[in-house]
Design a protein around this ligand. Structure first.
Ligand SMILES: [Zn+2]
Length: 469
């Protein structure tokens, strides 16, 4: 049986390593057994990579466990929706000094892929052990909204919380007239004395709170700030946990006044944040490059980055997959001090492998996505996909299928339908695609890893271009 060469680790008189079985990887234990349990097809001295044994791996070999990492200069979240992307991701982080967040899922992603926080973290742990990645990594409970979601992530050992405040942010205020705002605003003497009519400095950028601006900002964000403060005090304060506050899921871009207000209020109330995710101008749609005015983006990014530095945290850039035209700007204006989140792009690379190695299966899935899944999936995602621009499958020969992944509309079609593709069942109750897909990906693991290395590598290369040249 093939033994992963970097997986050989000693603890006392025992050597623990990982081997590749036909359908699964196993643990191999030579010497006194430190407590691994269960049986597997490989026979005596081998153990299944189940949850209990993975927990023990983290205990015996602490480099396999996640830790808070957001205070490092550069960090990049690379969610692994399928649980098979980490070996490819790690090849990238061997070459750059950025620290990865390898486990990174939102509750929505967990639901759509039928997974748990525990399973996502276990997959990262195994890959880190197998590849002997000793530089540390984070585990992010992404876009958590409620107390119980936060508890769930922390209970599974996650070291980073991304608190999504969107349900406490008022989106109706921007459409109000000044009169309506004045009527809704109840008055707050304390906040008025701090902000009203004042100008604050962020590295030379003046941030001024005029009356209407101030009132609107209070109405939009005060509840969200209360929520962040409450979660912080209950779950984060005094613990080794990275805390990110995300205000990116709003209808309009975050203004400098709004960003400054949120940052200053959190600081004033004793909340230590590692990162804030504002919403930037333009569109950060799934799986494709930035849509919008890059000059405007650059202008706003400069102010947001300055505010973040003023308060001593990093900017977090969400939906960062494939936003190549923004990367040099982000790298430069943050001075190489950033957190970037990518998520779904590793799924697209996985599907590209399918298109290349099993055209018939790909055609089946593509047709399902087009005819059935897309209409359902687009309820959850903001995309401007034009299905009419995707070349009909019967006009493409097998060798051209891969080219679909260079076309934005086809990318988004496959990108947003992942949950349905992975979980759809046939009439007999068996998964329609899932088992075939995972078999294929296991068979073509090297191809998948080298694609990820190239694709995620390009993200890092362009970010680093911004500050290292
Ligand atoms: Zn987000």
């Amino acid at each position: 049986m093939f033994q992963y060469p970097r997986s050989i680790h000693k603890i006392g008189d025992t050597t623990v390593s990982m081997v590749r079985g036909e359908d699964a990887d196993y643990l191999k234990v030579d010497g006194p057994n430190p407590g691994f349990a269960g049986t597997c097809a490989a026979g005596e001295g081998f153990f299944p990579l189940d949850h209990a044994n993975t927990v023990l791996l983290r205990k015996l070999f602490p480099f396999c466990a996640p830790k808070p990492i957001l205070t490092s200069m550069r960090t990049v979240g690379v969610g692994d929706r399928l649980g098979i992307a980490t070996p490819g991701h790690l090849r990238v982080f061997e070459k750059y000094d950025a620290i990865p967040v390898l486990a990174q899922q939102s509750i929505r992603e967990l639901t759509l892929t039928n997974r748990t926080f525990g399973d996502v973290l276990d997959c990262a742990t195994r890959a880190v052990f197998r590849e002997d990645f000793q530089r540390g990594y984070g585990a992010d409970g992404d876009h958590l909204k409620t107390d119980s979601e936060v508890e769930y992530a922390l209970g599974e050992g996650y070291t980073m919380l991304t608190l999504d405040c969107s349900e406490h942010i008022r989106n109706d205020v921007l459409g109000m007239s000044a009169g309506q705002v004045a009527a809704e605003y109840a008055g707050n003497a304390e906040l008025e004395s701090i902000y009203l009519g004042k100008t604050f400095d962020a590295e030379g950028h003046g941030v001024t709170f005029g009356e209407d601006d101030f009132r609107r900002t209070c109405l939009i964000y005060c509840k969200a700030i209360d929520h962040a403060v409450a979660i912080y005090r209950k779950h984060v304060e005094g613990r080794p946990v990275d805390f990110e506050v995300s205000i990116d899921e709003t209808m309009t871009p975050t203004t400098p006044v709004q960003h400054y207000f949120v940052a200053n209020e959190l600081a004033r109330r004793g909340v230590k944040i590692a990162t804030v995710a504002p919403r930037f101008c333009g569109e950060f749609q799934k799986g494709i490059d930035y849509i919008g005015d890059l000059k405007q983006f650059e202008k706003e990014m400069a102010v947001h980055a300055a505010i973040a530095r003023t308060f001593g945290y990093k900017l977090s850039i969400h939906s960062g997959s494939d936003k190549f035209s923004t990367f040099p700007i982000i790298g430069r204006l943050t001075k190489g001090n950033f957190h970037l989140k990518t998520a779904g792009t590793n799924w697209l690379e996985a599907m590209r492998v399918v298109a290349k190695t099993d055209p018939a299966l790909y055609r089946e899935i593509h047709a399902y996505a087009l005819d059935t899944a897309f209409a359902e999936a687009r309820k959850y995602y903001h995309v401007t996909t034009d299905l009419g621009k995707i070349p009909p499958l019967d006009t493409l020969d097998d060798s051209s299928l891969e080219g679909l992944f260079d076309q934005n509309d086809a990318r988004q079609l496959i990108h947003i339908t992942y949950g349905l593709i992975l979980t759809v069942k046939d009439a007999s109750g068996a998964f329609r695609f899932r088992d075939r897909l995972f078999r294929l990906w296991r068979e073509h693991e090297e191809e998948y890893s080298s694609r990820l290395e190239k694709h995620i590598g390009r993200h890092l290369e362009m970010l680093y271009d911004g500050f290292s040249r």
